[in-house]
Design a protein around this ligand. Structure first.
Ligand SMILES: Cc1ncc(COP(=O)(O)O)c(C=O)c1O
Length: 365
């Protein structure tokens, strides 16, 4: 039996999400004996804070029970932290789940979704899953082209993704640029600001979308505990929006979409949020180190407000991603992202990992 024939036609050509290579796979494929470092998925190199770990351990005795269905306490605590109404917060199994869910909840078959390209690879995937028209707007100088995105709006546009800072380039658009962009946009278009890397941002002119959202009910902000809070493996993210949006999202979510350990860990991370300041500073120090070293070697590296950088090798420099793999260092090749055959994205690791990465790449160029 051919299952693809049974499948819904618009889903047959969907290209599944390809994650960064897991460490165990590289060890097996490359028969690499030494320590392998993974700088491919924009994860935090450090484990969760001790207080967060303890909260997870304490919760383990209760995992025979279902979690709180709507993540009630976590919603309240995020709302308190951001000085919002609890009804404005929705929790997902990673912010990824919220992206998927909002497309399922709001997009009709004849509507259109606008997103930048290259950007977070999940936007094209969810658009294909919905079977609707994608309006992909190329970046300019590695940054979102907001004017072109606005020009892409038609009577059928229902959703616009603004990835800020943008993955995989690390670049950002400013508050002024966003205000200009929003000016005149119909209020029945959902504008989703994906701020997965928000906590790493140091730029003073980064948009304050939380404030803008108070006036404009069609803005939705996505954030996550996967990055600065070191909780990628537990899957917990959230949206901030008008309450009406949250009501709709509860209608389409699975009954227990966020597990017990994720909820308790995220609550503990928020309670001890002051502890991450040092990690944010260290990320900046390490990012500047690898970026400056790579620029000195002749690579093009756009300025980044995140925990990763995009690296574009000079002409004639080929096969770096594979050669790094051979040295036990996993980075993410950017070939499918249309940023050139040889470009790659590297996550900021800890000081030891970054030094090893720079030394390895120094030997290749
Ligand atoms: C821009 C962007 N949005 C969303 C996500 C998904 O994050 P989560 O782990 O919360 O699903 C990522 C993860 O890499 C990302 O880069």
């Amino acid at each position: 039996m051919d299952f693809e024939v049974l499948m819904q036609p618009h889903l047959r050509n969907v290209k599944p999400y390809v994650p960064g290579k897991p460490i165990e796979e590289v060890r097996r494929e490359k028969k690499f004996e030494g320590e392998i470092i993974k700088l491919a998925s924009n994860e935090n190199p450090d484990p969760p804070m001790g207080e967060v770990k303890q909260a997870i351990i304490d919760e383990i005795d209760y995992i025979n029970r279902y979690p709180n269905s709507g993540s009630y306490y976590l919603c309240r605590e995020i709302a308190e932290y951001l000085q919002l109404d609890p009804g404005q917060v929705f929790i997902g199994n990673g912010s990824n789940e919220i992206i998927d869910m909002l497309v399922r909840a709001f997009i009709n078959p004849d509507e259109e979704i606008i997103y930048p390209f290259p950007s977070f690879i999940v936007y094209p995937i969810v658009t294909q899953l919905a079977g609707v028209k994608a309006v992909e707007v190329p970046l300019i100088d590695y940054r979102l082209d907001l004017d072109a995105m606005k020009e892409g709006i038609t009577g059928k546009t229902k959703l616009i993704f603004i990835c800020n800072p943008n993955n995989p380039t690390g670049t950002y658009v400013t508050g002024k640029e966003i205000e200009r962009f929003l000016d005149g946009i119909r209020d029945n278009i959902l504008v989703v600001f994906d701020e997965a890397y928000y906590e790493y941002v140091t730029a003073a002119d980064f948009p304050d979308v939380l404030s803008l959202q108070k006036e404009r009910k069609n803005l939705i902000i996505l954030r996550t505990f996967s990055k600065i809070h070191s909780l990628s493996g537990l899957r917990v993210g959230y949206s901030i929006s008008h309450e009406g949006f949250v009501t709709c999202m509860h209608k389409v979510r699975q009954p227990f979409n966020v597990n017990r350990l994720a909820q308790i860990a995220a609550r503990a991370a928020l309670k001890h949020v002051n502890l991450i300041t040092g990690r944010i500073k260290e990320n900046r120090v390490q990012l500047d180190y690898i970026r400056n070293e790579l620029i000195a070697m002749g690579f093009t590296v756009p300025s980044s407000q995140t925990n990763f950088i995009l690296v574009v090798p000079p002409d004639g420099c080929t096969g770096i991603v594979d050669k790094l793999l051979g040295a036990g260092i996993i980075v993410r090749g950017m070939k499918p992202f249309g940023l050139g055959e040889e470009s790659f994205r590297v996550t900021v690791g800890n000081a030891v990992e970054n030094k090893r990465f720079i030394e390895a790449i120094g030997k290749l160029v």
